[in-house]
Design a binder for this molecule. Structure first.
Ligand SMILES: Nc1ncnc2c1ncn2[C@@H]1O[C@H](COP(=O)(O)OP(=O)(O)OP(=O)(O)O)[C@@H](O)[C@H]1O
Length: 382
C-alpha cells in the first residue's frame, strides 16, 4: 500500500456532465492518490469513459472542478496535461516498427536519439518485448501490440496513465496474463493508473481502489475487499460477484430477520425494525444435513464451474445460490447454515428488489418459521 500516505494527484470535485440534455455524470467526487491503481467499474454507458475524458481534458464538465496536484486545470488543454491514454484499440502507427512507435512521443518532444535509445530499451524491457524493436507492428499478436502501446505511453513519462478497457480485445487467457503484467508495471513504475473496465473480476484482481458506477453516479468507492465484503447497496452486491439478496428487517443491533427466521449478525446502527436488504454470498453458505441448519431446501440444479459447483436450492419458492466444492444430487434435501459475519445488511436503496424475485419471506412465514426470540436467544449455530 505504497500510495496510502501520498497526496492526491487528481481530484474531481462536484462534476456534472450532460450530453443532449441527458445526464451522463452527476455529483461526481473522486480523489486519486499519487501512485494509486484506481479502477472505474460499471455497466456500459454508466459514464466511465466520460470520466477518463474529463481527466484527459477532452470533455469539459458543465459544472465542477478538476485538480491536478492541487492546481485547478479546468482550462488546461489535453496536450499540456501530464496524462497519457491507452485505448482498447491500440492505435499504433502501422508504418513504423516497434522501436519507432515507442520513440514517437519522445521525438515530438525533441529528446536526443541517445536518450531515446536508452528509454526505448528500458520500456521494451518493462513490457517484456526485448528483441522486438525492429519488428513490424502489423506482424505482432494483439497482446504484443498492446504491450507496444503501453511502452509508447510510458515512454512519455506521464504522471497519470488512463487506460480505457485496454484488455478488452484480448482473449481470456491473454487477458489474465496481461492483468498480472499491467499490475506489475504499475507497481514498478509507481505511475498512477486510472483503469476502466466493466469486468468485475478484472477490477477486483488489479486495483488498489475500485470505483463502482451506475447511471453516472458513484455507488461505492473502496478497496476490492471492502467492495466485495461490504457492498453499500443491492446494485453493488449484484454487480460484484454473485449474491443472494433478500428483503429483511433489522429488529435491533445485531439482530436481523429474513427468510422467516431471526439471525444474529454483526451489523448495528439501523433504526428499530428498519426494512433492509440482506446479502449473502453463495460461497459463505455451509451445506449441512437437512433440518440441522437454519434453512432446509431442495436442490434444483447443479452446474460444474471448475473449482466449485454452483447449486441452486429452492427454499419455499426462493432460489438460493450456493457455491460448494461438494457435489449435490438434484432433488436432494439439504440444510443451509449461515454464520453471523456472512450476513451483510444494507440500507434499502433505489436498487432494492430490482434483481430477481427476492420476495420477502416474512410475509409468508410458515409452520417451520421460528418466532422472534427474546434477548440473547438467537444463536447462529457454529
Ligand atoms: N460526445 C458525446 N455526445 C453525446 N453522448 C455521449 C457522448 N459521449 C458519451 N455519450 C453518452 O454518455 C453516456 C456515457 O458514456 P460513456 O462512454 O462515458 O460510458 P461508459 O461507461 O464508458 O460505457 P462503455 O463501457 O460502453 O464504454 C452514454 O449514454 C453515451 O452514449
Amino acid at each position: 500500500m505504497h500510495y496510502l500516505g501520498n497526496p492526491s494527484i487528481i481530484s474531481l470535485n462536484n462534476i456534472a456532465v450532460s450530453f443532449d440534455g441527458e445526464i451522463v455524470l452527476k455529483d461526481f467526487n473522486l480523489s486519486i492518490r499519487d501512485g494509486e491503481f484506481v479502477t472505474l467499474l460499471g455497466p456500459s454507458g454508466c459514464g466511465k469513459t466520460t470520466t477518463l475524458r474529463i481527466i484527459g481534458g477532452f470533455v469539459k464538465p458543465d459544472t465542477g472542478d478538476v485538480f491536478f496536484n492541487g492546481k485547478k486545470i479546468n482550462d488546461l488543454p489535453p496536450h499540456k496535461r501530464e496524462v497519457n491514454t491507452i485505448f482498447q484499440k491500440y492505435a499504433l502507427f502501422p508504418h513504423l516498427n516497434v522501436y519507432d512507435n515507442v520513440a514517437f512521443g519522445m521525438r515530438v518532444h525533441g529528446k536526443s536519439e541517445s536518450q531515446i535509445k536508452t528509454t526505448v530499451k528500458e520500456m521494451l524491457n518493462l513490457v517484456n518485448l526485448n528483441g522486438f524493436a525492429h519488428r513490424n507492428v502489423n506482424l505482432l499478436s494483439g497482446g504484443q501490440q498492446q504491450r507496444v502501446a503501453i511502452a509508447r505511453a510510458l515512454a512519455n513519462e506521464p504522471k497519470v496513465l488512463l487506460l480505457d478497457e485496454p484488455l478488452g480485445a484480448l482473449d481470456l487467457k491473454l487477458r489474465k496474463d496481461m492483468q498480472v503484467e499491467l499490475k506489475k508495471i504499475q507497481q514498478q513504475t509507481g505511475i498512477t493508473f486510472v483503469f476502466v473496465t466493466h469486468d468485475q473480476e478484472e477490477a477486483l484482481s488489479m486495483s488498489d481502489t475500485v470505483v463502482v458506477m451506475d447511471k453516472g453516479a458513484i455507488q461505492q468507492i473502496g478497496s476490492p475487499r471492502d467492495i466485495y465484503n461490504e457492498p453499500k447497496n443491492a446494485f453493488v452486491a449484484d454487480f460484484i460477484g454473485e449474491s443472494n439478496i433478500l428483503d429483511g428487517v433489522m429488529h435491533k443491533d445485531y439482530l436481523v430477520e429474513f427468510a422467516g427466521h431471526p439471525f444474529k449478525c454483526v451489523d448495528k446502527g439501523f433504526q428499530p425494525d428498519e426494512p433492509v436488504d440482506v446479502v449473502i454470498r453463495p460461497e459463505d453458505i455451509d451445506v449441512v444435513e437437512p433440518d440441522t441448519g437454519h434453512l432446509t431446501g431442495v436442490v434444483t440444479s447443479v452446474t460444474f464451474k471448475g473449482v466449485h459447483y454452483e447449486i441452486i436450492v429452492d427454499v419455499r419458492g426462493f432460489k438460493w445460490m450456493i457455491q460448494s466444492t461438494d457435489f449435490q444430487e438434484v432433488g436432494k434435501k439439504i440444510g443451509m447454515l449461515l454464520q453471523p459475519d456472512d450476513i451483510h445488511i444494507m440500507h434499502k436503496s433505489e436498487y432494492s428488489g430490482m434483481f430477481g424475485d427476492y420476495s420477502t419471506f416474512s410475509d409468508e412465514m410458515d409452520e417451520d418459521s421460528q418466532p422472534l426470540p427474546e434477548e440473547g436467544e438467537v444463536e447462529n449455530k457454529e
